[in-house]
Design a protein around this ligand. Structure first.
Ligand code: ADP
Ligand code: ADP
Ligand code: MG
Length: 480
């Protein structure tokens, strides 16, 4: 019997992982909730197990996922990103049930998932970071501590949920008055979202770049990095565009921050793939932000510039293999960009477009083009999950070649039905500051012209409407 691995996720990342499992000549077991019954990840898996009606609660149900794994005979679980991926209790439940969790130890997830604890570990290892507090106390005592921090370092300050993630639980506070208003609300929201009311403060780095480093470590402690990524282009502290390498940093700066990331991973006794995130200031200094203990959405760009299959590597390491390459063998070449094509209306504050049916779906191809998606013609996007439809990752030798290729791909993309981030990205590619590589985390706020596009203006969209009509009449001869 073939080795089986269960994929505890949905959408594009489930498909990404299933492909890696099948390439290793293992069998992939999918799980799903009722709203995902038509999802492509079920169709391509070797086996699929229904967990319940959901939404989300069954994907998040540790007992159900463990029982499905035992029932299927799978020896390991890949958690993907989101859902249970950074849940230390889940990793512990796997360990207790004798199931291999494809990721770091529950102990590492526990420590690094707590931003205050992670900062403490990194401070001891001498990793640079912005000034911050420990967890603040509840009520007036904590608020006074917070005010003191504000007086010492000046406003604005960042009020952060200690257990936060996914861009949520972060607020920039501009004045002491605002701090007073926000403090208890932030605690309550943190409790509701992350089941932990702890919050802490960080000094704000004004308009930094978000620079992160992909790390891989085996169980012997052999740790390598796969270079940098620039994820500065964000909306609501969430990434929209990811670029590898962070080419605006000098080669020396890239090397330095990458070595610091390796040091950070070693300080945490890190095992498997992970990401060390930094804030990079305009004066060249940089500060540790957090370690994400999972595969990241944007791992594709690092794969493109190194040729290393990170998910395959994760699986092999978890099954007890050692890393077969050293830092010298990791060669970075060219440029890669990932655009998150979301079912969202950028003009309406990137409001999700769930519930809509994809009437026409046509994707680009050709040299240097990679697609990680899960939708197809006729697919109705469930309203209850996130809005990512497909990731377009493009490789090019030079930055400009990569931008040109992205533009060609977006012009060839046809997604009719939901609004998407495609017209916004087309505008972005023509933005001189983007072309020149001038971007930091304030980019969207300082470039509201990016939202100036006409709905359905392009020839592609007209064509899509026509095709949709043909499709509805049952005479769709259109070949994707
Ligand atoms: P990445 O950091 O991998 O680029 P995101 O920050 O966009 O990815 O998060 C990836 C997915 O995981 C998103 O769907 C996000 O909502 C979810 N996510 C990330 N961290 C958490 C968390 N701590 N709790 C719940 N969901 C999370
Ligand atoms: P998450 O766990 O949700 O990913 P992070 O701590 O990684 O949260 O922060 C997400 C984003 O918020 C960063 O990429 C950055 O844009 C912004 N941010 C976080 N902390 C600071 C800070 N101290 N100063 C300025 N920006 C920050
Ligand atoms: Mg982060």
């Amino acid at each position: 019997m073939k080795t089986k691995i269960l994929v505890a996720n949905r959408g594009e990342i489930a498909i990404r992982i299933i492909r890696a499992i099948q390439e290793l000549n293992y069998e992939a077991v999918a799980i799903y909730e009722t709203p995902d019954k038509d999802s492509k990840h079920i169709r391509i898996a070797d086996e699929a197990i229904w967990l319940g009606d959901g939404p989300r609660c069954d994907y998040l149900n540790i007992d159900k996922v463990i029982n499905a794994t035992i029932k299927s005979g799978a020896v390991a679980i890949h958690p993907g990103y989101g859902f249970l991926a950074e849940n230390a209790d889940f990793a512990r439940a796997c360990e207790d049930a004798g199931i291999i969790f494809i990721g770091p130890s529950s102990d590492a997830i526990d420590k690094l998932g707590n931003k205050v604890m992670a900062r403490t570990i990194m401070a001891e290892a001498g990793i640079p970071m912005v000034p911050g507090t420990q967890n603040l106390k509840a009520g007036e005592e904590g608020l006074e501590e917070a005010r003191e921090f504000g007086r010492k370092y000046g406003y604005p300050i960042m009020l952060k949920a200690t257990s936060g993630g996914g861009g949520r639980g972060i607020r920039r506070v501009e004045t002491e008055k605002e701090l007073g208003e926000q403090y208890e609300i932030a605690r309550a929201e943190s409790q509701a979202a992350f089941n932990d009311d702890s919050v802490y403060l960080e000094k704000v780095v004004v308009n930094p770049k978000h620079i992160e480093v992909q790390i891989i470590a085996d169980s012997t402690g052999h740790t390598v990095h796969l270079g940098t990524r620039d994820c500065s282009i964000q909306r609501r502290n969430q990434k929209l565009v990811e670029i590898a390498p962070a080419f605006q940093l000098t080669p020396e700066q890239q090397e330095d921050i990458s070595q610091t990331a390796v040091q950070a991973a070693k300080a945490a006794n890190y095992f498997n793939a992970g990401t060390v995130e930094f804030l990079f200031d305009s004066d060249g200094s940089y500060y540790f932000m957090e370690i994400n203990t999972r595969i990241q959405v944007e791992h594709t760009v690092s794969e493109m510039i190194t040729g290393i299959d990170i998910v395959r590597t994760q699986i092999k390491l978890a099954l007890g293999k050692e890393l077969l390459f050293g830092q010298d063998e990791v060669q970075l070449r060219g440029h890669a960009v990932e655009l998150r094509i979301n079912a969202e209306d950028p003009k309406n504050n990137f409001m999700p477009e769930g519930g809509k049916t994809v009437r026409v779906y046509r994707s680009p191809g050709g040299y240097g083009v990679r697609l990680d998606g899960f939708c197809y013609q006729g697919y109705t996007i469930p309203q209850v999950y996130d809005s990512l439809l497909v990731k377009l990752t493009v490789f090019g030798w030079s930055w400009h070649e990569t931008v040109d290729r992205l533009r060609r791909c977006l012009n060839n993309f046809v997604i009719s039905g939901p609004k998407t981030t495609i017209p916004f990205f087309l505008n972005l590619l023509d933005e001189p500051d983007f072309q020149a590589g001038n971007f930091d985390t304030s980019f969207l706020d300082t470039h509201d012209n990016l939202l100036n596009y006409e709905e359905d203006a392009s020839e592609v969209n007209k064509l899509a409407r026509l095709i949709a009509e043909i499709h509805q009449k049952g005479e769709n001869t259109y070949a994707a």
